[in-house]
Design a protein around this ligand. Structure first.
Ligand code: ADP
Ligand code: TZD
Ligand code: MG
Length: 579
């Protein structure tokens, strides 16, 4: 909607009415035209009015306490919806606060647009010291997929369109859009403004694999004696759930989900090899990767994890440069996952032989041993709780509420929850992703609740929670159905470190026996303090039944955790022995 202004037509000498629009309105119109219905951000100069006006125009505007959390909410909105999540920040410091989330989104292949106000170009470029002066475009560029700046109101439509297309096409990622303060106030004839808007048609076009590539891949797969499918978060993002399920069930090949691909098929599916992870990685002879990179999370496709048996990799990815990034890919399948897996389904219609039963039997035997070992640990009712006894209760919660969204961060809290809590539906597990970054918790929880309307359970290490904890106020303000469980072990990994000199607290410990539940109560939410698995289960059920913002302080044995959780091997140790 445009502003109307009275202007004098000097030539005619009479007063005529000319409809005007401006930068503010054009940004909002451009977003709305492209079905962007939510903005996550923090207000301030020069975008305070942009947020207000967007809200008045019907866009949902969620205001946070820190831009990093707003950015994380936008990023996870992108992952969940395949539309770019939008984060709106003020210049320099606000922009920098949002940048971590933008870089993280890019690393994780989540489509997101960071829109930031910026100071005046003339002053910034001459470095004359403007309010919040910073060359934001240059700083954003190396940290995202694409970066654009708009200087003229009539280019806003194109700028927004380019940002959207860049975020979602090909490999999705983060995009930066720089809007200098002066642009927002620029007036333009309303009709001209409307004409300048661009509706992005087919923002993420299907990318079909070549028939030769499909045949090559199926030939390799048919030759396998011990095939394995690895599903990554790209497969979850693709929203090709039925097509993927069809392929896996028709071929009978065991599958292993990466963390955020859990639930694409239920973890309890008979073909899930999740409980036999080390065995299948070591022994498989052909591995089909679907939307998963051979990065550190898969030990780069080589070394001890993968064993000595020779392996062939088939990889499905939309990014051609991903192929051969770590090891040779025998059969690259470049294209979008929906199209590629549909082509594979088509290719096996003419005949398919199930994998040898020795392979399936070996996996099932290993699964049985591991699952029974684990269930004994989960039943342990120790006081204080260790991670497993607390997670036993939460595993049951998700079993009873499979459509709830689980947000998870921490070290032990993350690694153990990932292994213990079965997921049953796609895109229900959201976590620290490719970087293992702490601080996604409350941003992801807000984004997931706002985008899906589903209940959210955030399982948080006490350290992890601290990175975004102030957003409990945001959760209360918008009355979101978020239940937070803090695994409170008094610190990072453990709560038992001390300063050998006796001067200060140890570097990894916090105030012992803190009551995080009181933080939630401070803003009108509900707090619980629990010490047993039964109390934990009851409190989570109460929180999730009520739909009210709830925080449960779950006391965990400070000595229970291990350093760096499951990735202690990545933690360098000093080679100099203490005297
Ligand atoms: P994980 O951490 O779960 O192993 P990664 O983030 O490493 O997953 O890998 C995700 C991969 O999925 C990326 O290489 C990305 O290019 C790819 N990807 C994302 N969306 C699609 C899609 N629609 N089609 C094909 N590949 C995709
Ligand atoms: N800063 C950021 C942004 N990301 C990180 N990953 C870290 C620091 C280092 N780090 C980890 O890798 S896990 C972790 C930190 C600080 C916190 C672990 O403590 P926790 O979990 O309380 O969250 P547990 O259950 O005590 O292990
Ligand atoms: Mg902790």
């Amino acid at each position: 909607m445009s502003a109307v202004a009275q202007v004098i037509d000097v030539n005619a000498g009479a007063e005529v009415e000319q409809e005007l629009t401006d930068g503010f309105h054009l940004v909002i119109d451009a977003l709305k035209l492209n079905d962007i219905d939510t903005i996550y951000g923090v207000p301030g100069i020069p975008i305070t009015d942009l947020g207000r006006m967007a809200q008045a125009e019907g866009i949902r505007v969620i205001s946070f306490r820190h831009e990093q959390n707003a950015g994380n909410a936008a990023a996870i909105a992108g992952f969940l919806t395949k539309k770019p999540g939008v984060c709106l920040t003020v210049s320099a410091p606000g922009f920098l606060n949002g940048l971590t989330a933008l870089a993280n989104a890019t690393t994780n292949c989540f489509p997101m647009i960071l829109i930031s106000g910026s100071s005046e170009r003339e002053i910034v470029d001459l470095q004359q010291g403007d309010y919040e002066e910073m060359d934001q475009l240059a700083i954003a560029k190396p940290l995202c997929k694409a970066a654009f700046r708009v200087l003229h109101a009539e280019d806003i439509g194109i700028g927004v369109a380019r940002a959207i297309r860049a975020a979602v096409s090909g490999r999705p990622g983060g995009v930066y859009l720089d809007l200098p303060a002066k642009l927002l106030g620029q007036a333009l004839d309303a009709a001209k403004g409307e004409k300048s808007l661009v509706k992005v048609i087919d923002a993420a076009p299907a990318q079909l694999p070549s028939p030769e590539a499909v045949k090559r891949a199926l030939d390799v797969l048919k030759g396998a004696k011990r095939p394995l499918i690895i599903l990554g978060k790209g497969a979850a993002y693709a929203q090709a759930d039925e097509t993927i399920r069809d392929f896996i069930e028709t071929t009978g090949i065991p599958f292993l989900p990466m963390s955020m691909a859990k639930g694409l098929l239920p973890d309890t599916h008979p073909q899930s090899a999740g409980a036999a992870r080390s065995t299948v990685l070591k022994d498989a002879d052909v591995v089909l990767l679907v939307g998963a990179r051979l990065n550190w999370l898969l030990s780069h496709g080589k070394g001890k994890t993968w064993g000595d048996a020779p392996k062939k990799f088939i990889q499905v990815d939309i990014e051609p440069k991903e192929m051969d990034s770590n090891v040779e890919i025998a059969a690259p399948l470049v294209g979008d996952i929906g199209s590629v897996v549909a082509a594979l389904n088509n290719g096996i219609k003419s005949g398919w032989q199930a994998p040898p039963s020795e392979w399936i039997d070996a996996i099932n035997a290993r699964k049985e041993v591991n699952i029974s070992k684990m269930s004994q640990r989960l039943l342990k009712n120790s006081t204080p709780m260790d991670f497993h006894s607390a997670l036993g209760a939460l595993k049951q919660v998700i079993k009873e509420r499979p459509d709830a969204i689980l947000v998870n961060e921490g070290a032990n809290t993350l690694d153990l929850a990932r292994g213990v809590i079965d997921m049953y539906q796609p895109r229900k597990r959201l976590d620290v992703g490719t970087w293992g970054v702490m601080g996604i918790g409350m941003g992801f929880a807000v984004g997931a609740a706002v985008e899906t309307g589903k209940p959210v359970l955030a399982v948080e290490g006490d350290s992890a929670f601290g990175f975004s904890g102030m957003e409990v106020e945001t959760i209360c303000r918008y009355n979101l159905p978020v239940t937070i469980v803090i695994f409170n072990n008094n610190g990072i990994y453990r709560g038992t470190d001390t300063d050998p000199t006796g001067r200060d607290p140890g570097t990894t410990v916090f105030v012992p026996d803190s009551r995080y539940d009181k933080m939630m109560e401070a803003f009108g939410g509900v707090g619980y303090h629990v010490t047993t698995p039964d109390e934990l289960k009851k409190a989570v059920d109460a929180g999730m039944d009520s739909g009210k913002p709830t925080l449960i302080n779950a006391v965990i044995d400070p000595a229970a955790g291990s350093e760096s959780g499951n990735i202690g091997s990545l933690n360098p140790q000093s080679v100099v022995k203490k005297k």
